[in-house]
Design a protein around this ligand. Structure first.
Ligand SMILES: [Mg+2]
Length: 238
């Protein structure tokens, strides 16, 4: 079965791989949307977890604490589209009548907030699947709603497989874009298992290179007010 994986910093590079037989799947955080400032990003969450481990928390404790801080910021922050070309993708999806899905590591309790965030940048209509909202039977809570699978602690291949079984769908081809290579690899495994043609793109438009711990730490000091990266930089340089 054909597998093609590559890396790019623009969504436009995935377009040539999409045809009307494709199930086109998008990660959400740092693929479609991201916070308008550094604090609240996944990169910041990982930075927090690292700091907490240095303070003596176990890996698990540090990750849980960092996750809860990340989650708190999601309720406060505005988001932006990671790349303007996502709107060209939206047009392509409509014109080709392609089936699309969201596939996120967010858990189902964040689904309403996630769609509010997507709506704020006119991306809430990107996912075309309209099956009823459903709790999928994973080892951990897994929810499908409004065209997106909220995997929570389940791996993304597990979340997608549960969904495909739920809707009894056998796609010929899956095209997946995610900013984390580990997730691209997970869906490769599933595609091999199910005999699906697969194209996976690791997407680097929003990378660790944009993370600045000094800016993040100034923004942390101002919570619950969220100050911009520019305001934090001005304070840093004052
Ligand atoms: Mg992501």
């Amino acid at each position: 079965m054909s597998v093609y994986k590559f890396e790019s910093d623009t969504l436009l590079d995935i377009v040539e791989h999409v045809d009307s037989n494709t199930l086109f799947i998008f990660d959400i955080d740092h693929t479609l949307i991201e916070p308008v400032q550094i604090i609240g990003s996944t990169h910041w969450e990982r930075h927090l977890a690292k700091k907490l481990k240095e303070q003596g928390f176990t890996h698990h404790e540090a990750c849980i604490r960092a996750f809860h801080q990340w989650r708190t910021i999601q309720h406060l922050t505005a988001v932006k589209a990671v790349e303007e070309s996502v709107y060209e993708i939206l047009t392509l999806v409509k014109n080709l009548n392609v089936q699309t899905l969201g596939l996120t590591a967010r858990d189902g309790t964040l689904s309403e907030l996630t769609f509010d965030q997507l709506k704020s940048v006119q991306l809430d209509k990107l996912f075309t699947h309209k099956e009823d909202c459903k709790d999928l039977p994973g080892n951990y809570p897994c929810k499908y709603t409004k065209g997106a699978i909220f995997c929570g602690f389940n791996k993304k291949d597990v979340g997608l497989q549960l969904f495909l079984e739920h809707v009894k769908m056998n796609p010929k081809k899956v095209v997946f874009v995610d900013d984390q290579k580990s997730h691209i690899d997970e869906l490769e495994d599933l595609s091999n298992l199910l005999g699906i043609e697969y194209v996976g793109m690791t997407y680097h438009a929003s990378g660790d290179h944009k993370f600045d711990p000094q800016i993040a730490e100034i923004q942390e000091q101002y919570l619950p007010k969220l100050i911009s990266d520019k305001e934090a930089l001005d304070l840093l340089e004052a």
